[in-house]
Design a binder for this molecule. Structure first.
Ligand code: NAI
Length: 655
């Protein structure tokens, strides 16, 4: 089929675009649309035009292949203007998704109809830009400023039935969309055609609406803030003036470092689930998944699998632990249902289907089993010996270990080719990162199955080689050491945290340790020391030995009141660390950030040199999805390579 075809349904021309896979609005599509307007206008047999798309979706947004390249005319605003100015009224017939420029084109039409399961949205802010072809002007004219702000500032799409009630869609059409749309358009043309959306009035906006929008914009990045400014301006000036401002703001955002960084992350995320080395390798079918250990991680992993619709069997060491694990999983699923993630009955049905066992024989039917028991090599080896006996020889066996060498865990397995590491992050049903760690014997099909599981669970899978802490925790260890080096040089705990928050992390490195507990890394260091390894004393060790394990003991790097998570600078910590730190020597936040980022990037480069990560983008994904690195900064490797990270200053390194 050609890119654009026109069929005649009585007096209605049905224009069908076909630009697989998602009908992206490429330069060729834009040209074809402008030409189609002229052709239909010139055709005396045509009274109205239906615009629909072949394949699985309506126009699902800009063409990612054109990202970052010089734009080619006709530009999207030209297409929008041509459709709105057409002599024959156009109707958008939407199935799948109308996103970004796709929705802007739909809003330029005089009518919009949609399949009941279609989605509509302006997700531009997620790529660091905002609608640039009248989206911020037309959407508030159709559904009001409050709802338009919510859609534009969060980038979240809406469902067609909601869109119909809100006024974005004129009618929902079941059955054949093109035919149904042509019939509805023929009917509507019997009455006077409504004025274009741009000619509708948009009055000043109520204060409370603007305040709510401001709160949303604050939670978003720079693009959301600029989009709000644009929306507000649109409520104050005539359409044409607002249109000029919108385009200016869009172009400025498109050229911003944030947008470039978000495009980098977008492409990295798209590539992550499909490693080139696994091309042509089929994953195994995933029916039932086994989870061993129902503690913090096991319960989270089991919940993630259930939420993805997989059948789950949980194995615990005794009935009491099993009960606790099931309770945790139950709470997670019910709270997901309460937040509308799935219907309540569905959550209950999935929980009722959860298999619960205290004998490995209960996992015999599983296609994949993930072990999340204590971080103890002997306990883990015993678990895998049991699984080796109980499971089919082709069942994929995975360990969620944080620090142990998976090769040591795999020793003794009769089929090590079906074994690998699957490192989830806490809380496992929320955090997107999944580190996948093959051992030398891991078969390609096993690896492909792990990536398939990642996709099924909506994770961002990243393959890691074997080293202490894999990619993520290894970089974490280095950055924590750098944070401590700053303290030793006289920078305060609160200064380091505030600087990193200022950069875009939700929490600073010391606040984060207090939340997760300082004892985990301490025990890991103690374990290594017990094995005779030389592990330098850290400032964190001093705090843990003094009973300060973080929020759970109401004291870590900071003090905490028993009823609060608010960190308070601690006199006790100051006294404990006094012998180890220099006199106060504050450092500007930008230099603190530069030091911390330089440490991350340096460890990242070492990881690349050793072949532990496939490329710098993978390291960026690990940091963004597992460690809270701000997405709009692109990740530590991107940040360093883009020259955004100045060399670390020398002064504070001398401790
Ligand atoms: P946890 O202590 O909360 O849970 C461990 C569970 O395993 C307990 O419920 C225990 O009853 C069960 N268990 C112990 N021996 C067992 C056996 N032989 N058979 C069946 N069940 C058994 O520990 P957590 O935090 O969930 O960690 C589990 C694993 O995940 C560890 O290897 C840890 O390093 C790793 N991990 C932990 C993360 C975290 O943030 N807590 C993050 C990523 C990985």
């Amino acid at each position: 089929m050609s890119l654009l075809s026109i069929a005649q349904h009585g007096e209605i021309a049905v224009v069908t675009l076909d630009n697989p896979p998602v009908n992206a609005i490429s330069a060729a599509v834009r040209q074809a649309l402008v030409a189609a307007v002229a052709r239909c206008d010139a055709d005396a047999a045509v009274r109205g035009v239906v615009l629909c798309c072949a394949g699985r979706t309506f126009l699902a947004g800009a063409d990612v292949k054109e990202f970052g390249l010089p734009p080619v005319p006709p530009h999207l605003p030209d297409v929008v203007a041509a459709i709105e100015g057409a002599a024959k009224p156009w109707m958008a017939a939407i199935h799948g998704a109308a996103l970004g420029g796709g929705l802007e084109i739909a809003m330029a039409c005089r009518f919009r109809v949609a399949a009941p399961d279609a989605r509509l949205g302006l997700p531009e802010v997620t790529l660091g830009v905002m609608p640039g072809a009248s989206g911020t002007l037309r959407l508030p004219r159709l559904i009001g400023v409050a709802e338009a702000a919510r859609m534009i500032l969060t980038g979240t799409p809406v469902a067609a039935p909601w869109a119909q009630k809100a006024g974005l869609i004129d009618a929902l059409i079941g059955g054949d969309l093109a035919e149904g749309a042509a019939a509805v358009l023929a009917e509507r043309l019997a009455a006077p055609v409504p004025v274009p959306v741009s000619a509708r009035p948009l009055g000043p906006c109520a204060t409370e609406v603007l305040e709510a929008a401001e709160a949303l914009a604050k939670r978003g990045g720079k693009a959301a803030r600029v989009a709000l400014e644009t929306l507000r301006y649109a409520t104050e000036v005539p359409y044409e003036a607002a249109l000029i401002r919108e385009r200016e703001n869009f172009l400025a955002l498109r050229a911003s470092p944030e947008a470039a960084a978000l495009r980098h992350v977008f492409f990295a995320e798209r590539a992550a689930p499909r490693p080139v080395a696994l091309k042509g390798v089929s994953p195994k079918t995933l029916g039932a998944v086994g989870v061993v250990g129902g503690g913090t991680m096991g319960a989270g992993i089991a919940a993630a699998c259930l939420l993805a619709g997989l059948k789950v069997h949980l194995l615990e060491r005794d009935t009491a632990s099993l009960g606790r694990g099931r309770d945790t999983i139950g709470r997670t699923l019910r709270s997901a249902a309460a937040r509308g993630k799935l219907p309540v009955e569905e959550a209950e049905a999935r929980l009722a289907g959860l298999g619960a066992h205290t004998d490995a024989a209960g996992l015999a039917a599983c296609d994949l089993v993930i072990e999340a028991v204590f971080e103890d090599i002997a306990v883990k080896r015993q678990v895998f010996a049991d699984l080796d006996r109980a499971c089919r020889p082709d069942t994929v066996l995975a360990t969620n270990t944080s620090y142990l060498d998976p090769r040591r865990i795999a020793q003794g397995l009769s089929h090590p080719e079906r074994f690998l590491g699957l490192h989830f992050f806490s809380p496992a049903h929320v955090m997107k990162l999944l580190e996948i760690i093959p051992v030398p014997q891991t078969a390609p099909a096993t690896l492909a199955t792990a990536f398939a599981l990642g996709g099924r669970l909506g994770k961002v899978p990243v393959q890691s080689g074997i080293c202490e802490g894999f990619i993520g925790n290894r970089i974490l260890k280095r950055t924590r050491a750098e944070a401590e080096a700053l303290l030793r040089a006289g920078v305060s705990i609160a200064e380091v945290d505030a600087a990193m928050r200022g950069f875009g992390f939700r929490m600073g490195p010391f606040e984060t340790q207090d939340l997760g507990g300082l004892d985990i890394a301490y025990l890991q260091r103690e374990g290594a020391r017990a094995e005779g390894l030389e592990v330098a004393e850290t400032l964190g060790d001093i705090l843990v030995r003094a009973g300060r394990k973080g929020q759970k003991t109401f004291g870590g790097w900071y003090d905490y009141a028993t009823d609060s998570r608010q960190p308070v600078t601690s006199a006790e910590v100051a006294a404990l660390l006094a012998p180890h730190v220099a006199a106060p020597a504050p450092l500007p936040p930008a230099l603190i950030v530069a030091r911390m980022l330089a440490a991350m990037a340096a460890e990242g480069r070492a990881i690349l040199d050793e072949g532990i990560a496939g490329g710098p983008a993978e390291i960026d994904l690990v940091q963004i999805h597992g460690y809270g690195f701000p997405r709009e900064k692109g990740g530590p490797m991107y940040h360093a390579e883009a020259g955004l990270c100045p060399e670390a200053p020398v002064r504070a390194t001398a401790s």
